[in-house]
Design a protein around this ligand. Structure first.
Ligand code: G
Ligand code: G
Ligand code: MN
Ligand code: NA
Length: 256
């Protein structure tokens, strides 16, 4: 595929970057975690969305080069921010199914963190429900190990996968991110509101942190607060942005 060839060149030419979107406390608005989101700005054309190029990269081994680049870049950045004393918890990295199937995915993850002297307080991971459902024993064992070590493992797009709730019993997760489709419609649609409320309730009963994704306005924020959701992520607070913008926002909060 033409786009896959271009993407491979884009990696070599430095056309990729990471943006970071804050996950803030629903009650205080304080920034806790960031989600790392891949961006491609070709030198000679309009930006291309990861929603477009990641599924294509997934068909080839390029997804692994891409994943390595994301991991390295996020870890290097987290190390710099740790050294600068920025008040920040984790940077979450997204992993696709194909990335998790790589035999040495966990070794690479731990090696990358070790290069920057990072641990479970600095980096977390996001997986969709489908990735968890399809995980084989080796992947589950690796996730259990990360879980025991204290890593934050979030279920991304919660409520949209082809899954039953029973998987929540077995899988080593620590957070639920409620898909933004529910959050978007919750103010006007009782059904979406009910699903959101139920997701927050079950998440809390299972001891999980709950994040509402895609909060774009006051009404949506007010609902998440009424429902005692822990964190929110969305354009109402912050868009995904370059590291320099995160620094400007967090600089006022630096410690030491
Ligand atoms: O940031 P945006 O809304 O354009 O992202 C579109 C999709 O691409 C989302 O589903 C998001 O999870 C995914 N995505 C963004 N960055 C990464 C990444 O670094 N790795 C993987 N596997 N998916 C990503
Ligand atoms: O699938 P995942 O949750 O990883 O996707 C993250 C994507 O969601 C990012 O690409 C980001 O651009 C997008 N996003 C983040 N906040 C909002 C929001 O408030 N509204 C909408 N429509 N998209 C958002
Ligand atoms: Mn995500
Ligand atoms: Na999501």
């Amino acid at each position: 595929h033409r786009l896959v060839e271009r993407l491979e060149q884009a990696l070599d030419r430095g056309e990729l970057s990471l943006h970071y979107q804050p996950q803030v406390s629903a009650m205080s608005g304080r920034i806790e975690h960031l989600e790392a989101l891949l961006r491609w700005y070709p030198h000679d054309g309009p930006p291309i969305s990861p929603a477009e190029f990641i599924p294509l990269a997934e068909h080839t081994d390029l997804i692994h080069r891409l994943g390595d680049w994301v991991m390295e870049t996020a870890c290097r950045q987290r190390g710099r921010w740790r050294d600068a004393g920025l008040a920040l918890e984790r940077i979450d990295i997204n992993f696709s199914g194909r990335q998790m199937s790589r035999p040495d995915v966990f070794e690479r993850f731990e090696a990358c963190l070790a290069r920057y002297a990072l641990g479970p307080r600095h980096i977390g991971i996001e997986l969709t429900e489908n990735v968890l459902i399809e995980a084989d024993d080796r992947i589950l064992e690796g996730l259990h190990r990360l879980h025991r070590l204290g890593y934050r493992i979030a279920i991304d797009d919660f409520g949209t996968g082809y899954s039953s709730l029973s998987y929540l019993k077995h899988f080593p997760v620590t957070a639920l991110k409620i898909d933004r489709s529910f959050v978007r419609d919750a103010p006007d649609q009782p059904e979406d509101r009910a699903i959101m409320e139920a997701a927050i309730f079950i998440g809390h009963r299972l001891g999980l942190e709950v994040v509402a994704e895609g909060v774009e306005n006051r009404e949506q924020l007010a609902l998440t607060q009424d429902m005692h959701c822990d964190l929110v992520q969305g354009f109402y607070f912050y868009r995904p942005m370059p590291a320099a913008d995160i620094e400007r926002i967090l600089a006022g909060l630096a410690v030491g």
